[in-house]
Design a protein. Structure first.
Length: 464
């Protein structure tokens, strides 16, 4: 959950061949937060239909926006070529050194070389596939499935309480970590509106499994995660790539850091210490959730302000029961052990999944033509984990990450059914379908971090 800086200047987006003007009033009213800004002054046709499948409100709103648009020939600014332009900073430290390193800006950056006609053909084929899956009922959820999935972590927490009562503190802490990981998948699914057709029911459930049981902000998750889906691995858009000052995922992240700074030292060894930071993911998201929820009452987006009280009450109740659980432990050493074991186990179980799918593949510049092809973007920036009964449960269906990214509102229990159809789509359109075992995918991710670490070391050598 890496939250991005809000960009609230008016802009245009094109949907179904028609431009829509997004002014301050429209932007504030967008229920999905800043995800709408991801395709600022771009064609957002496929991503709009993908995100809003079955939403009558969204399509009614779209009709009104098309009718009210002041022009169909807007004077659009040039799309920024790089992260440097987006940040609008003057590069002061390493321009000379970077220019002297061949291919500096291309490290970990993919290329998308496809004719406009071919890209449009793939878009049409993807739209046909999505329509077929919808007509086959694969976007319909099973109430029985989600009832069972909600009950699983609740029962796990109750077993942890039972073990704690009988002084089995360590296994109780481990079970709490497992429950928190499984709750993470549920907040993910309900904020994608997979559980119910009614948006409000999904949000209410996400407050329960997310804010109350898990300690994660539903809206904070949504604010970050929808952008990640809309522009997966796109530099300057996808907040999941912005891990500075601890990690650099692309070369441009090395800008503006003196070579003798602790940040650059971390960058040079990031591929070594990366695995050791995974358990701390939950603690980071807990902190970000507290910060986000505490500020929701004054948020830019109307929907976040309207739902602030629900989230604030639910998150307060989470910390009330969580701290009460610690209070009933016999002494401070046990409390400290229980706190860190439960949160670090939960953090690692979350992190080893969410860092596998995208950090192991290439990233793309915002100016890349891949932004005009949603299906290509998702399939070229996403890696699946090999499926299996246990992996399907442990990974919350995110081992089918390609399918999930292509169809984010599709319920988890249908992703396995869709997988062979997506493989067929990839083969017919000559697109990659990346799937590996865990250790292969994990090592490929480490290699991506190592590539940037080598650049950081080269810069240091040139300065020395």
């Amino acid at each position: 959950m890496v939250l991005r800086e809000l960009q609230n200047k008016p802009f245009y987006i094109k949907i179904d061949g028609k431009w829509c003007h997004i002014d301050d009033e429209v932007l504030r009213a967008h229920p999905g937060g800043s995800a709408i800004t991801t395709y600022r002054n771009m064609d957002a046709t496929t991503v709009f239909h993908t995100f809003h499948t079955g939403s009558k409100d969204a399509y009614n709103w779209l009709t009104q926006l098309k009718q009210k648009c002041p022009t169909q020939n807007p004077n659009l600014p040039r799309v920024p070529a790089s992260f440097r332009e987006i940040k609008n900073k003057t590069i002061t430290f390493f321009v000379f050194q970077e220019d002297s390193i061949e291919g500096f800006d291309d490290v970990n950056i993919g290329t998308f070389e496809m004719t406009e006609e071919r890209s449009e053909e793939i878009n049409k084929n993807f739209n046909k596939l999505r329509a077929k899956l919808r007509s086959d009922g694969l976007f319909d959820s099973s109430g029985l499935f989600y009832t069972r999935k909600v009950m699983e972590p609740i029962l796990t927490i109750l077993v942890a309480f039972f073990l704690q009562y009988h002084a089995y503190y360590f296994p109780a802490a481990v079970l709490m970590g497992i429950a928190w990981q499984q709750l993470g998948w549920l907040i993910h699914e309900f904020t994608h509106h997979q559980g119910f057709k009614n948006r409000w029911y999904n949000d209410l459930t996400s407050y329960f499994v997310g804010n109350f049981l898990q300690g994660f902000s539903s809206s904070g998750w949504k604010e970050q995660h929808n952008v990640h889906h809309a522009a997966t691995n796109v530099v300057g858009r996808d907040g999941d790539l912005d891990l500075v000052p601890f990690y650099a995922t692309v070369a441009e992240h090395l800008d503006n850091y003196p070579q003798d700074s602790w940040t650059m030292i971390l960058f040079r060894w990031q591929h070594v210490h990366w695995p050791f930071m995974l358990p701390f993911l939950r603690l980071s998201w807990l902190l970000q959730s507290v910060i986000f929820v505490s500020q929701m009452g004054n948020h830019y987006y109307d929907y976040y302000r309207k739902t602030a009280k629900y989230e604030q009450v639910a998150l307060t109740l989470h910390w009330a029961w969580s701290l009460t659980q610690l209070y009933f432990l016999p002494n401070w050493p046990t409390r400290i052990m229980f706190f860190f074991v439960s949160h670090l186990v939960g953090g690692f179980l979350l992190a080893h999944v969410v860092t596998f799918n995208h950090y192991s593949v290439e990233k793309f510049a915002l100016s890349s033509n891949i932004m005009s092809n949603y299906a290509c973007l998702q399939m070229m920036t996403t890696r699946n984990m090999r499926p299996g009964m246990f992996i399907d449960w442990l990974w919350g269906g995110l081992n089918y990450q390609i399918e999930h990214h292509l169809f984010p509102t599709m319920p988890r229990h249908n992703l396995n059914t869709v997988m062979p159809l997506v493989k067929e789509f990839a083969a017919e359109n000559d697109l990659p379908y990346m799937v590996d075992d865990y250790f292969t995918g994990f090592w490929l991710g480490v290699e991506q971090f190592k590539n940037i670490a080598k650049l950081a070391s080269k810069l240091s050598t040139k300065v020395d």
